[in-house]
Design a protein around this ligand. Sequence first.
Ligand code: HEC
Ligand SMILES: [Cu+2]
Length: 355
Amino acid sequence: MRGWMKKFRSFFLFGALTLILSGCGVENLSALKPKGYGSELIFDLMMISIAIMLFVFVIVMAIYTYVLIRYRQKKGQEDFIPKQTEGNKALEVIWTVIPIILLLVLAVPTVQATFDLADESTKGDDNVTSIEVTGNQFWWHFSYIDDEISTSQDLYIPTGERVYLDMKSSDVIHSFWVPSIAGKMDTNPGDNDNTMYLEAYEEGVYWGKCAELCGESHSLMDFRVIAVSPEEYDQWKEDMQNVDPEAEPETAEAQEGKELFENSCMGCHAIGDGAAGQGPNLTNFANRTKIAGILEPSKENLVDWIVNPEEVKPGNQMPVNLVSEEEASKIAEYLLELDHSDVGPESSGKQVEEK
Ligand code: HEC
Ligand SMILES: [Cu+2]
């Protein structure tokens, strides 16, 4: 290796790493590609801060370089001491006033955005949706109070309007975060509810994460926000309100599965409306984007989950080996028939696959 190359080895290494890592990331899981009102506000604040930082950095570096070169010790002048200056009124004023201005440029939009994001002025108005969000180790529950609908893991919202979320936790502190639509907010146990709102600009499937270390499977506590047009959203609500939990499954296997489900699983999982039970609400399960928030929705994965959820999400609250693999297969047939609405992740024409 040539000398100069050796010298800059770590530079090349980090340069390459930066390029490689910049390829990481998921389209609908990025605060840097805002697709909602809240995330756009936050993104703009980031841009202002970065612009100010760059401005300060460039000026300081320019002065630094100038001084380095201009006031170097020159050959033959080793004993020379230049004129010493102490206190310069003009300079002192300039470098006090400039930071004050920069801080104001930073502070005013930040305070404005903070109040804007906390605004609840339209909450409770007619036609404004409020949803109760509950964080659980390691899954999310959503109750559409006014519409008597319950879902888990997949949160349906209409685009182009504010949807308020009242948030709490059934166990430890979690944090609800959908980076491409909004900021994040803690869900607390007890009566300490938090409120935030979502407003998605475009239809699509957005990835959500728990952003507060909450236990063994915290990193697997994913969920999705499915934003559909207001018309589709109304359709979805109607479909969900008309679900008949007693409907006969199509095949004999699924029928057996339904009975097995009622015997072994109903204690924790509701189908049709139901308050958040000990486990996710499985109404409309066939339309889930993922199983338990993380597995691809295939029958094979579903059977694996039912038999041994512990292996997928360590520390989660669903018991292992409740049923045999054969029984799980029948239950899976039944669950994968629970398709109650044409409105779903695919209906907006957006790909579900984010990777
Ligand atoms: C003691 C309560 C309990 C029982 C009984 C139980 N589960 Fe669960 N189940 C849970 C919990 C809790 C979760 C959420 C796990 C997580 O993601 O952390 C879950 C998750 C699931 C999921 C994934 C849901 C989703 O939203 O993607 C499926 C499917 C499921 N259970 C099926 C079953 C079946 C089938 C049975 C009966 C054989 C069953 N469960 C019995 C508590 C239970
Ligand atoms: Cu969590």
